[in-house]
Ligand binder design. Structure first.
Ligand code: SAM
Length: 207
């Protein structure tokens, strides 16, 4: 099993119990996202975690397909969907590269708190582009920690070595937006929720 999968599997139960750290920023992200969703949208969420966001947005769209590489996260998401009797979400273990995901089949692809964790970020965003219908939207939020100071860049390699942290990419909002644009998107909306360290909300349209 890849290291990252093991890390998130181990964390899943604890992650599910943790309250959202900054509710105001989360609500703002959800409101901004909902503003771009329609009742007939077919949506993909990658890195869905324990499913809270997909389940919250399920009533705003036709259906949500959700993938996470941690089987334990997916198990919790499936249990929550059953509990909440939400029938238009499908959670399964996998990544954006899952062969079962059809090209040009989604109106919207969402990735919240995921992109900085991907070692293959540009190719993942290229794949998001391929999965979207013409003119489809890629909605993401990503913490951008490059140049923010603090001790994390120094202690992270040690934490990673002992399995206490996953792979993390440090980048600025400008660098992130450059990668999204390079992979065939036009950025139509941005915001920072929260502002520090910037958690960059980006809505990008497939060009
Ligand atoms: C920080 S959590 C975010 C979960 C959720 N999106 C949220 O905002 O609460 C990151 C999630 O991404 C998943 N993940 C890590 N690498 C992944 C990949 N390559 N493809 C899909 N999911 C991945 C992890 O298993 C974990 O559930």
């Amino acid at each position: 099993m890849p290291k990252s999968e093991k890390f998130w599997d181990r964390l899943a139960k604890k992650y599910a119990k943790q309250p959202i750290k900054d509710m105001q920023s989360y609500n703002q992200t959800m409101d901004q996202t909902k503003a771009h969703l329609s009742k007939d949208d077919s949506v993909l969420e990658i890195g869905c975690g324990t499913g809270s966001t997909a389940l919250l947005l399920a009533g705003s769209v036709e259906q949500i397909t959700a993938r996470d590489t941690s089987g334990k996260m997916v198990d919790i998401a499936n249990a929550k969907a059953k509990d909440q009797q939400i029938g238009n979400t499908t959670f399964a273990k996998g990544s954006v590269f899952d062969d079962a995901l059809g090209e040009q089949s989604f109106n919207v692809v969402m990735a919240f708190n995921l992109l900085h964790l991907l070692e293959d970020m540009p190719s993942a965003i290229r794949r998001v582009n391929a999965l979207l219908k013409p003119g489809g939207l890629f909605i993401s939020k990503t913490v951008c920690m490059k140049g923010q100071g603090g001790f994390l860049p120094m202690i992270l390699p040690v934490m990673q070595f002992i399995g206490l942290a996953p792979y993390v990419r440090f980048l600025t909002s400008d660098e992130l937006e450059g990668i999204v644009t390079n992979e065939g998107f036009e950025i139509i909306e941005t915001g920072d929720y929260p502002a520090s360290p910037p958690s960059r909300f980006i809505v990008a349209r497939k060009t």
